[in-house]
Design a binder for this molecule. Sequence first.
Ligand SMILES: Cc1cc2nc3c(=O)[nH]c(=O)nc-3n(C[C@H](O)[C@H](O)[C@H](O)COP(=O)(O)OP(=O)(O)OC[C@H]3O[C@@H](n4cnc5c(N)ncnc54)[C@H](O)[C@@H]3O)c2cc1C
Length: 458
Amino acid sequence: MDSNSVLNLLGREIVGDVIAPSDERYEEGDDIFYKEYSRRRPIARVEVADSSDVSKVIGFAGDTGMGLAVRGGGHSVLGHSTSDGGLVLDLSALRDVDVDVEERSAWAGGGVLAGDYTARVAEHGLVTGFGDTGSVGIAGLTLGGGIGLLHRKLGLTIDSLLGAEIVTADGEVHRINAEDGPDLFWAIRGGGGNFGVVTKLHYRLHPIDTVVGGMLVLPATPQVIADFVAAATEASDDLSAIAGIMVAPPMPFLPEEAHGQMVVVALMVHAGDIAAGEVEVDRFRRLSTPMHDGLKVMPYAEMFPPDEAGPPQPEAMSLRSVFSDEFALPEAEVVVDALRSSSAAMSVIQIRALGGAVSRIPNDATAFAHRNRPLVLNVAAAYESPSRRPEYEVWVGDLARKLRKGPAGSYLNFLGDDSEMSVREVYPGETWDRLVEVKSKYDENNLFSSNHNIPPRA
Ligand SMILES: Cc1cc2nc3c(=O)[nH]c(=O)nc-3n(C[C@H](O)[C@H](O)[C@H](O)COP(=O)(O)OP(=O)(O)OC[C@H]3O[C@@H](n4cnc5c(N)ncnc54)[C@H](O)[C@@H]3O)c2cc1C
């Protein structure tokens, strides 16, 4: 039987849709964040309607040997959620969010996007913390840990995960939480998409509505950068901040004289007493003369404006992530020098202070095992042609190594390298061994391998 006939059979078995190349809905368009991957040609994209469809697609992929990629929000930095010639299991139809206001929890579908979830629960003055961008899929982000704008107050996104529905490689649908399926529940909290397809996520909701937050842009001298990182690390647990150091592109809210200057573009949220928040964010304003000051009292959900164009979608990107124990003036000088010498269309060093609620949970409680590290640094270069990747891979790799102080360690969600050596840096020591155990139990044939892979035991 040819592949079209086989796909027709699958189409008849499921409630969702098999979208083959002949279908006008086939083109990936903006569903894939990094443009170079949106030109890949999977044999078909299967838009599943429920967990039973997911079981059938998993069985089909296992029987036919077609490679399987799993798609939530399409933001994988390595294009793991699409392929050339394989099957894409697309969760974009699973977008329900059911809020239980009394219990302060929500069940959300595996294809829900962070901005949509945030807007939905904000109707009740409630929140779950995700990342800094509304178009990212909640499942992909959660499976890696989840570091965003509330982590010092509420912990990582996985710390608000109460349970999940997951379909494993044998097609079985499991409802898991700390009591039922604790090994699987431990593994999906940081272990990525290695263990199955998550069709539903159950989150704790927190009563946070109005915050002091927004964007602040400062001139990026080494001193200002170092002072910013110190202030973010020393701030109260109510404040979480992300500092992006870059040469300013012509952003509409920046005065023209700022374009082309080295800047700190900071996103921050203080989720506590409003008066205390005003005082805390003021410390950052006073580090220099702001080029843009968008800090204000606002509903948290405004951090993800629905009608605003999202971040630019780069053609190609090289990205590394390191946990680090120290960032002071010498490291800030390294950052400024490296950015000045970069030939990429856009280079950014992003610095996020951890600590707070992240660090109050033991490292072995989940598969995210870097809770004791005070900082995570992401080094990114975006460029026009994937043919220049080798050059920028060296640039991001060298800079990340220079900036790392303390033991090796990477954050899955910003790791643009899926060699086993790099994936092992995400999972130090016993975490790796434990993940291999769980992988071997639930996916012994490595069906879920289009990811930062944890191979089962041979
Ligand atoms: C602009 C931008 C901003 C970001 N900001 C942050 C941030 O602030 N904090 C942070 O922690 N991360 C951030 N990330 C990283 C992001 O969390 C990861 O890239 C994440 O994997 C994206 O998930 P997705 O569903 O959108 O992507 P996809 O490409 O759809 O999925 C990525 C991988 O996740 C797995 N996966 C996704 N959904 C499922 C599912 N339902 N079941 C099983 N496996 C699944 C699969 O292995 C898949 O290959 C950002 C990324 C971008 C591009």
